[in-house]
Design a protein around this ligand. Structure first.
Ligand code: GRA
Length: 368
């Protein structure tokens, strides 16, 4: 077993760290407050190759792999979690196209997503279909050489700003409108509703065969969940770093507050949860890089990382007290952003369901 990262991986991680610290962190608080969408940063991340780690060179990627994506994502999310969502909106559709697309679709759609020239998205969730993906109601009805899309998608990241992406719909249910929505955190990652009323899509834009959508969707979620898991690691780390720094500055009752055992207990737990989650996420990414089944490991990593981010944000707020609660300092942002990780890409409860049902032998997670 080798826990060391290769030189190549260290280089890409350091590149992402430097970019995040220089270009994202300085304006993160302002961007969060003003809910600024930052296409300029999205473009720059594309130029640096951050969306291309799992894409071969033929389609504009660099083929560095899933672990590289995880390393990059953690660094970006550490500076500003909302910018992590931007990564997912590019790599989600790009990867799914790579896996299921025709050669023509791959050539046409993947390179602009990887370059950050086109802003991507994927639309799964609906008003009555969240955890229960199969309950979605959007339909695609064949009409000659096109499909007519009818239905509505809700809480779709990038809906207000996207150039295009993946929409999941039923062709057989028997078996543009842009409206931004307000959220507690992940500001700067615009989220919205999409309403389709006989919206035409060429048949040539269909991914896979009719009837394949659910499995494509499950496959995609397994990949994008890894990005969310890495984002949660970034938030956990940012919260721990804020707490550590404050513990070493703040003096009360004549000593640095880091000297108090109750704060040490929190710092120790934050460190353990974060480190444990990181190893789990790395394992899932490593399995993906070996093209080995990893649905179970990804769910375990995503669950652990989401909980670690929330533990860390909560603990950091306890340590920083009023300075944590204040909107003048970043900890309240970490707290708001951390919550998103218990919701997106399969809630913590969905991950637990997948993990428990596998352990109990009811439903194996590593099927595909
Ligand atoms: O046996 P079969 O031939 O009928 O096939 C079944 C199964 O083998 C069928 O689907 C197949 N399948 C899979 N195939 C490959 C199931 N899971 C997988 C898989 N992982 N890979 C039906 O399976 P089932 O188990 O009976 O399905 P189900 O009970 O209807 O649902 C399963 C489950 C609850 C896990 C699923 O619905 C799910 O994952 N729900 C969570 C929804 C979710 O993650 N939504 C994310 C929305 S997008 C988002 O959050 C964007 C965030 C953006 C950001 O912040 O980055």
């Amino acid at each position: 077993m080798d826990f060391a990262l290769s030189e190549e991986l260290i280089a890409v991680r350091d590149l992402a760290r430097e970019f995040a610290e220089k270009e994202i962190a300085p304006s993160a608080a302002k961007d969060d407050k003003e809910k600024n969408f930052r296409p300029d940063l999205i473009k720059k991340m594309g130029e640096l190759g951050f969306y291309g780690t799992m894409i071969p060179e033929t389609y504009g990627g660099n083929g560095l792999g899933f672990l590289a994506m995880v390393l990059v994502t953690e660094e970006i999310a550490r500076a500003h979690s909302a910018m992590r969502v931007a990564i997912n909106m590019q790599i989600g559709p790009a990867l799914t196209l790579l896996q299921f697309g025709s050669e023509e679709q791959k050539k046409k759609f993947i390179p602009p997503l990887v370059a950050g020239e086109k802003i991507g998205c994927f639309a799964i969730t609906e008003p009555d279909a969240g955890s229960d993906v199969a309950a979605l109601r959007t339909t695609a009805t064949k009409d000659g050489e096109r499909y007519l899309l009818n239905g509505s998608k809700l809480w779709i990241s990038n809906a207000p700003v996207t150039h295009g992406g993946l929409v999941y719909a039923y062709t057989d249910r028997s078996q543009k409108h842009r409206k931004p929505l307000e959220t507690m955190g992940a500001h700067c990652s615009p989220i919205g509703e999409m309403i389709f009323d006989n919206f035409p899509i060429p048949v040539t834009n269909r991914l896979g065969n009719e009837g394949d959508g659910f499995k494509i969707c499950m496959w995609q979620l397994n990949q994008t969940r890894l990005n969310c898991a890495a984002g949660a690691l970034g938030v956990a780390r940012a919260a721990k770093e804020a707490a550590v720094s404050y513990c070493n500055q703040r003096v009360q009752f004549g000593q640095k507050i880091g000297e108090f055992q109750m704060n040490q207990d929190l710092i120790a737990q934050m460190s353990v949860h974060e480190e444990a989650a990181r190893l789990l996420v790395y394992r899932a990414a490593w399995l993906a890089d070996q093209t080995q089944p990893n649905n179970l490991e990804t769910s375990i990593g995503k669950y652990a990382a989401a909980e670690a981010a929330n533990f860390a944000a909560d603990a950091a707020m306890k340590i920083l007290g009023a300075y944590g609660y204040s909107t003048e300092f970043p900890v309240e942002r970490y707290y708001r952003d951390a919550k998103s990780y218990q919701i997106v890409e399969g809630s913590s409860n969905v991950q637990k369901m997948i993990i428990a049902q596998d352990a109990l032998g009811y439903r194996k997670a590593n099927r595909a």
